[in-house]
Design a protein around this ligand. Structure first.
Ligand code: PEP
Length: 253
């Protein structure tokens, strides 16, 4: 089955309002008329609206980097799915390893975020991946299994088309050391198989699985030429329009 590739830029805690506007406009201008891959930009919360304005009327979507799973109320500093939809988001990243390790998010909260976002109509980029220690101890598949099992608990089958999985080995994020194409393919095959067990084969065949971890213009084409690597979640290289656009173009083959 052929799945359209999907490349998302995770800007993390970077840019300024002027920088965000310039970056989003640069990507927009260089990708004018391009529709051979799906594309999303995920800026920090304060710049969501201005990035949404910059890409309005194009095929480029906007995503947030976090969401809080409550409808409204006394949750100082948090932002819910309706707010994200209100400012023009289509996507939200959930379960990123930086939030798991630096902020201390646990599987249970991550699962609540996935369910909340999906129920409200957002498309969730759900990140999973093993540490170097876990890989070296041959625990990659059990870690992925665990993160999938927990993260997808009680996510109804009729909503899984709003789910994207990003396989992000922790040792490859921001390190300049990407997984090889074979390592990525192998992990993606496992993820698709596990997803088919949780849901069914049709849903698993439709599932878009991105690879994330030091994706650059130089390695993007090889990684995304793998049959189960359906795109990329890009951190560092998404902060320059030229390198991000080169990765998007590599996705289209
Ligand atoms: C990420 O933060 O999701 C990521 C993959 O970062 P980088 O591309 O910089 O490794």
């Amino acid at each position: 089955m052929s799945r359209k590739k999907f490349v998302a830029g995770n800007w993390k805690m970077n840019t300024t309002s002027a920088g965000a506007k310039a970056l989003a406009s640069g990507v927009r201008d260089q990708l004018a008329g391009f529709d051979r891959a799906d594309v999303a930009l995920c800026p920090p919360f304060p710049y969501l609206s201005l990035v949404a304005d910059a890409v309005r009327g194009t095929a480029i979507a906007v995503g947030a980097q976090n969401v809080f799973p409550e409808p409204q109320g006394a949750f100082t500093g948090e932002v819910n799915a309706e707010m994200l939809l209100d400012v023009g988001c289509r996507y939200v990243i959930v379960g990123h390893s930086e939030r798991r390790t630096i902020i201390g998010e646990k599987d249970e909260l991550i699962n609540r975020k996935v369910r909340h976002a999906i129920q409200h109509g957002l498309h969730v980029i759900f990140c999973i991946g093993e540490t170097l220690e876990q890989r070296e101890a041959n625990q990659t598949e059990s870690v992925l299994d665990n993160q999938l099992t927990w993260g997808l608990r009680e996510v109804p089958k009729d909503q899984v088309d709003r789910l994207i999985i990003a396989y992000e080995p922790v040792w490859a994020i921001g390190t300049g050391r990407n997984a090889t194409a074979q390592q990525a393919q192998q992990a993606h095959v496992f993820i698709r198989w596990r997803f088919s067990q949780i849901y069914d084969n049709d849903s698993a065949q439709r599932l878009v699985i991105q690879y994330g971890g030091s994706v650059k213009p130089e390695n993007a084409a090889e990684l995304m030429s793998q049959p189960d690597v359906d795109g990329a979640l890009v951190g560092g290289a998404s902060l320059k329009a030229d390198s991000f656009v080169a990765i998007v173009r590599a996705a289209a083959g």
